[in-house]
Write a protein that binds this ligand. Sequence first.
Ligand SMILES: Cc1ncc(COP(=O)(O)O)c(C=O)c1O
Length: 359
Amino acid sequence: MTLWRWSEMLPATPLHARLDLGAGNTPLVHSARIGRAAGLENLFFKLENTNPTGSYKDRFAAVAISQMLAHCQTRCVTSSSGNAGASLAAHCAAAGIECEIGVIVTAPSGKLDQMRAYGANVTRVEGFGIDDEITRQVFRFLTRRAEQPDTALQISAFCWSPLGMAGVKTLSYELAEQSSSPIDHVFSPVSGGGLNLAVARGFQDLVGDGRLSSSPRIDCVQPAGNDTVAGPLRAGAERARPVAWTTQISGLQCASILDGHELISAARASGGTGHLVSDEQIWEAQARLAREEGIFCEPAGATALAGALQACEQGDLEPRARVVCLVTGAAFKDPPSIERMLADDPVATRTLSEMIADP
Ligand SMILES: Cc1ncc(COP(=O)(O)O)c(C=O)c1O
């Protein structure tokens, strides 16, 4: 199996500049229990939480930082809701590149600590990611910081860093190789839209060069409190729309459209649609993944499953359809979400004699 198609991602990158911390080649597993309970025989999970820094963003960072190494650049500037920053920080650490990250204030402690542990210079920016004007100004500031030839701005969206995002297309190449029969639906969480656009484009590549006869439907799942893409896609609109987000799901809080318009057109061309779920549905899917599948993921990583289960309940999925849900991030990223899951179930402390008396 050829998992990292470096020749396609980095055509001009010499071998010594190809940084590989082990991103990609993640497992595709058949659902142990949730699929059967929902009446979906062929429900699968793509475990992107098993990437080296715990999220699919490593596919982006591996290519983005390799590209910087190839150009002898020594400073990476980025903005992040958490996972892209953590992933870039790790790859910069391995490459000996300085990493400066502007982070939205709601980024959870797990993601912040991870970026800092890898040695990145992290600043939380008030209003960034929440207020449209402040967000625009932060992007302008970062763009100016990256004007030096030794510096690159790396943001995980096609509209900012298309070469790095090409690395995320490997998700689709792997899915096509790992699945023993054609996939009907890929459900995936959406924030700025880059992830799903990469998945759609990856499948388009495979159809274009004759390796697949058709693309799976690309199903875009968003929390109802950040409906930039899913609602417009479902309603037949052509453009994403900015919203003032209210969701508490970290990683899926994005005040900007980024790749939203292109995603709507790519997802529609695949036959996919949008799905809106509540934060409660996402937290429930996160708990079910842990308790019924043994998969420990952050809430954003459970969002695809919440969307697929809702579509199934609404009769929008054939029972025999081959459905893949992307589990995009690991649970250690978001400790408060685990505290929420376990809030009603504190650990008991007892003496040994109490246990013997009342096992
Ligand atoms: C775990 C996780 N899943 C999904 C997404 C959504 O990706 P995108 O912003 O490319 O739509 C993010 C974005 O940060 C994320 O961290």
